[in-house]
Design a protein around this ligand. Sequence first.
Ligand code: PHE
Length: 489
Amino acid sequence: MSISASSEDRGQWGSKLGFIMAAAGSAVGLGNIWRFPYVTGENGGAAFVLVYLACVFLIGVPLLYVELALGRASGRNPVGAFQKTKPGTPFVITGILCLMACFFVLTYYGVIAGWTISFAWSQATQNALVFEDYIANPASVLPVFAGFIALTIWIVSAGVEKGIEKWSKILMPLLFVLMLVIIGRSLTLEGASKGISYYLNPDFSKIDGKVVLMALGQAFFSLSVGWGLMITYGSYMPKSQNIVTNGLWVASADTLVAILAGFMVFPAVFAFGMDPGAGPGLTFVTLPKVFAQMPAGALFGTIFFCLLSVAAVTSSISMLEVPVSYFVDDKPSARRKSAIIVGIAAFLIGIPSALANGGSEFFSNMELMGKKGFLDIMDQVFGTLCLIVISLALSIYVGWVWKTEPAVAEIEEGCPWFAKPLMGSVSPACVWAFFIKFICPIVISLVLINALGLFDKKEETPPAKDKSNTEQPAAKQKSAEDNSSSSSQ
Ligand code: PHE
């Protein structure tokens, strides 16, 4: 079957900007605005930011190219991409893992996204929410969760160009403007400079192995790399588009938003004498207190939480799109129906996560792999372990099984200088291939060993605290614990 014929049926990005906005929309999410500032706060500020930047550009971006090349070369969803590029290898399981990761992460990402909607409303109406009480109440959590999933379904049903691309092009600039407004407010508060120096003056003594691993995990989560998502988004990319520069745009936009999120949060947190290391509660517990004390705080609080919701929706549509693309590849007319069915399934499977912070004793107290509560466990299994396994498999597959040559040939289309020698006889393609074959598998294996807790055991560190530091999105569920403790004070 010809790729171009099927691409038209499946949908395609209408423009370079459309791709960049949609992919950046996927990458920019709760991970940047909610998670990045508190992880930075917990890991010592500026020094962590530098390590994070290295992780994004040395490991994250090469893997982003892997996914985009695999997607565009095959013109398929993650499962089809493995089947088509090298039929009959066990790596097709990786594709299935990609669908599962996106689907199951959506089930609890939507829950947290629902919280952001309620907090926006609470700021607008000046009806303060006590975080731990709020998340424990199914009657408040479930309707916003359902609403959020319905919105996601609606956008995805409208298709690649008319749904995802169109809305990303509207929502991403809006997000940027809202951020600038909050930053303006935050930087002009009295005492803001302490926060700025915390954020900008690195203390290198704070960097250790854990900080590096934490930074790498955050980079994967934030860039949406390792979920097969960029395979799907790459499959909608016309051959004329440049994977190298497009990927760099996406990574830079994602990084910029994360860095800017720090400028929203730290000056304000320091200006009001709050603790930057407050953990996941930084957004839902500390910031509302900051807004309460700030002139025109209600307005800025509302803008801030709306911004979080916008960032979350452009990410959740990408999560739903991955399983939907799987069905659309078999039957292009099935988009709407698949979006509705998969979306409703995500809602139903997400209900235990919505109840896992006090709503139901059973789901709040269940334990697996050292994690407590259903949301925590889902995040640990799908949002952390699955993601690392996929990234490892992807680099091994493209480095050693499909081989880097066809991937380089794919990237060269739309980027003719990729395989041309730039420094002596070394081309960007050579450097990239070296990273994919050697550096990425080694570094990711280390992260995996760490995520499985093997380092922890050796060091005999206290489990709960340390694990949350090593596993990126684990934070989400943890928010429940940390928040409840901080909000109750
Ligand atoms: N990158 C998103 C964030 O920063 C999360 C995400 C992961 C979105 C995977 C889509 C797919 O929040």
